[in-house]
Write a protein that binds this ligand. Structure first.
Ligand code: SAM
Ligand code: SF4
Length: 334
């Protein structure tokens, strides 16, 4: 970092080093816990950051604000035109950030190699079921085969460790965790099961319906021997378990029932250039406006630091005053 650099601190002593960049709010799936069947009104093109604007903001993050890891997300990041070129520009930044991507893997079979060559380090692929009918029920699209092909291509291209993220929904795939784990272990993918959060556009989440981490662990333990790896959870939200003595592991991310907000090191940038200091933040800070008004790097960095300082201590899902953010997960960047 340069002399006028300083980390993205908040009032509770946390420093954000993990930047999640949403590259688009569009998506080619319609996962029930994220988007309504009819989709959403997409951001107009001129409101979406250009490649140059994305690269400039990430450069400011890396050079002035202590960002060490960049995760590309969305919406579906693979739908962003020119993604390979953008990754190459991010990989050329110094200090070079780790570059990861969270994706539904549709089309990854075609682009995994080019993305890896451009500098993408790892992928997390979202896959909630390996049964075609359940996949269709959750995502409202018949694309399981493309996801499987995308996963295979990611592994071959060395985008490893390939992680699989699954959300369990009651009445859809809540009993499928053991099957998904066996499938991932067979192929060398690391499964992580994430509790569903109140981030769907339709506001259909309910605490009573949510499949808890505890319930999932009980289902897994009925079929596998799970032993905590003992690795400190730190800012990595998954509680990790060795499966049947290892080396395979499974992660459980209890975002709702065992929140990890105290160790959170994340900050988010939406596709239209708003900084969000938390998934559940109610306010955003408009960096696109600063960029387009001609602000210099230091001014933008200062604005970003102020945005982080206001980060709340926790997401407060269990507080009576909790309000779901107005933007859904697909527009925030998961
Ligand atoms: N489209 C890409 C994908 O699905 O991986 C990237 C964006 S998606 C919003 C990022 C992650 O958020 C996915 O792993 C998805 O399962 C997760 N997600 C979406 N809505 C969620 C919710 N309500 N609760 C928990 N996780 C959610
Ligand atoms: Fe699309 Fe990802 Fe949301 Fe599913 S979770 S609808 S793949 S953005």
């Amino acid at each position: 970092m340069t002399e006028s650099a300083g980390p993205l601190l908040d009032q509770y002593g946390r420093a954000a080093t993990d930047l999640r960049v949403s590259l688009t709010d569009r998506c080619n799936l319609r996962c029930q816990y994220c988007m309504p069947a009819e989709g959403l009104e997409w951001l107009p093109g001129d409101e979406t950051l250009t490649d140059d604007e994305v690269v400039r903001l990430v450069r400011i993050g890396v050079e002035l604000l202590g960002v060490r890891q960049v995760r590309l997300t969305g919406g579906e990041p693979l739908l962003r035109r020119g993604l390979v070129g953008l990754v190459a520009q991010l990989a050329a930044l110094r200090p070079r950030p780790q570059i990861a991507m969270t994706t539904n893997a549709l089309g990854l079979a075609r682009s995994a190699r080019a993305l890896a060559d451009a500098g993408l380090d790892r992928v997390n692929v979202s896959l909630d079921s390996v049964r075609s009918e359940t996949f269709v029920k959750i995502t409202r699209r018949d694309r399981l085969a493309d996801v499987i092909a995308g996963l295979e291509a990611a592994a071959v291209a060395g985008l490893t460790p390939v992680k699989v993220n699954a959300v369990l929904l009651r009445g859809a795939n809540e009993t499928e965790a053991p099957e998904l784990l066996a499938w991932c272990i067979d192929r060398g993918y690391q499964l992580r099961i994430i509790e569903q959060m109140p981030l769907d556009a339709q506001h259909g989440w309910s605490r009573e319906q949510m499949v808890t981490a505890e319930e999932t662990l009980a289902r897994l333990e009925a079929e596998f021997d799970l032993v905590p790896t003992g690795r400190p959870r730190g800012s990595a939200p998954a509680e990790e378990f060795l499966v049947d003595g290892g080396p395979a592991t499974v992660g459980v991310i209890a975002s709702v029932t065992r929140p990890f907000c105290g160790d959170c090191d994340r900050v988010r940038l939406t596709a239209d250039g708003q900084v969000r200091n938390c998934l559940f933040a109610r306010e955003e800070s408009d960096l696109r406006e600063s960029l387009r008004a001609g602000a210099d790097d230091q001014e933008i960095a200062a604005r970003w630091r102020i945005a982080m300082w206001g980060k709340r201590p926790g997401h407060g899902i269990d507080d009576p005053s909790f309000l779901q953010p107005s933007r859904p997960m697909s527009a925030i960047g998961g």
